[in-house]
Design a protein around this ligand. Structure first.
Ligand SMILES: [Fe+2]
Length: 439
């Protein structure tokens, strides 16, 4: 699951803009939680899912632990045991409550988590207002990391509540309405030259901030390749299913086939068949599967099997990033697309073909064929913050691009998300690639 690491930035902040950005990020978390009752916010429907109120408290704990603790004149924690309850995975901070048991915690309730948030917000306001230039320079990068950390949890909050609500036979609606039924248009291909390319965070062109796992920027050699101009759709996934895709071992990696057989996979995670009709659970309720929308909530194993069935492959992360940069050639690349600010909270049909790449940012995180490993020369930062990314560089695959639940401004070409191969509850989809030129 996503975790981040902190790195650069910190420059360019003054107390007023830092405070303003702090308020903006913090209030968006509360906006996302607002449609949810205290009972909604308490449920943990599986181990990968955290309760909404836990997300709201944990991101607050992050500021209290990594900013206030070392910089408040007479620091005292808001509550003695919150460091234990709301530490996620930081060994250097100390022991923590079992992740799989977060749903057993009825207190603090959703209201009291709000009181905790307000207390830390007040203390952060006081601290930022008192920062002189030297302290601002020293602390701004950690505070900015806290912004991006909270944005990651905003996305997780939505992914997690989607699963929580999926378990309720009443099929509750979080927000929004389904889009009109559509059919896929023709899948196009974009040819991309190979050669020596650079990948990794590109400073101000990528918006200034990055996590440590996006560095160092470095060179990679790419052979010429082609990449699909949009995501694979539900309609195309149906064809895979109808052709026995989930029953044909020859298309599956061994570990993936083991999952198919032991878990009984026969369709994407949120699909259910009722009287011969496939329905999909979404944040706006349960509706018949819309053929023109991107297929979503498929694991790496399923994405890889689909690519095999289609006679193609998944892009490497370097191919994806290089292609994305070519698609958005400007001095500053601020990705736009179907991100959380559209409030669709679900993948949408691709815009009309224009000869270029579509849906590169937003809609679905896109599986790549690249394992999540450190870039050459990567060294995690010292201290607890060094646990943010580096220690997860094992047994996970890289995903690119962002999804319909990603906060606007929280993705870029160099962003490296990562999930284990079998993960399906994340909003993940499929883009194909192929070698060489010519279709
Ligand atoms: Fe976290």
């Amino acid at each position: 699951m996503t975790s981040t690491t902190a790195v650069t930035a910190g420059a360019g902040w003054d107390p007023t803009t830092l405070q303003s950005r702090y308020d903006e990020v913090r209030s968006y978390t509360e906006t996302l939680a607002a449609p949810l009752s205290p009972e909604d916010q308490t449920v943990q429907s599986m181990a990968d899912v955290s309760p909404t109120k836990w997300h709201r408290a944990h991101v607050t704990w992050f500021f209290e632990t990594f900013v206030l603790a070392d910089n408040e004149a007479s620091f005292a924690p808001f509550q003695d045991k919150y460091w234990f309850l709301f530490n996620s995975y930081y060994e250097a901070v100390g022991p923590r409550y079992s992740r799989a048991d977060r749903g057993l915690i009825s207190r603090p309730g959703a209201h009291d988590v709000g009181v905790y948030r307000s207390n830390v917000d007040d203390r952060m306001h006081d601290l930022i207002a008192r920062l002189d230039d030297g302290a601002l320079t020293k602390l701004a990068s950690t505070i900015e990391l806290g912004f991006h950390h909270e944005q990651q949890h905003q996305e997780l909050l939505l992914m997690d509540i989607k699963h929580v609500l999926s378990r309720n036979p009443l099929q509750p609606v979080y927000a929004g309405r389904p889009t009109a039924e559509s059919t896929p248009d023709r899948l196009g291909w974009v040819e991309v030259d190979g050669g020596l390319v650079e990948v990794g965070h590109e400073g101000s062109r990528d918006g200034g901030f990055c996590f440590d796992n996006e560095l160092p920027r470095h060179e990679q050699w790419l052979r010429p390749f082609r990449i699909a101009d949009r995501l694979i759709t539900n309609g195309e996934w149906w064809e895979f299913m109808a052709d026995g895709g989930y029953r044909r071992h020859e298309h599956w990696l061994s570990d993936g086939w083991a999952k198919v057989t032991t878990e009984g996979w026969e369709a994407p995670f949120y699909w259910t068949e009722v009287d011969g009709v496939w329905f999909e659970h979404t944040l706006h309720g349960t509706w018949p599967v819309n053929p023109g929308l991107p297929v979503s909530h498929v694991s790496f194993y399923e994405a890889e099997a689909y690519a095999s069935w289609a006679g193609k492959r998944l892009p490497t992360e370097a191919e994806w990033e290089h292609a994305a940069r070519g698609a958005t050639a400007s001095t500053t690349d601020v990705p736009t697309g179907n991100l959380a600010n559209t409030t669709s909270f679900h993948p949408e049909a691709a815009p009309p073909a224009s000869g270029g790449l579509r849906q590169m940012f937003g809609d679905c995180w896109e599986w790549t064929s690249s394992a999540y490993h450190p870039y050459p020369g990567f060294h995690p930062p010292a201290g607890a913050i060094g646990e943010y990314n580096g220690k997860f560089m094992s047994n996970q695959m890289v995903l690119k691009g962002g999804c319909a639940l990603t906060p606007a401004g929280h993705t870029r070409a160099s962003y490296r998300n990562f999930f284990p191969h079998q993960s399906r509850w994340a909003l993940s989809g499929v883009r194909l690639a192929d070698d060489g030129a010519a279709a």
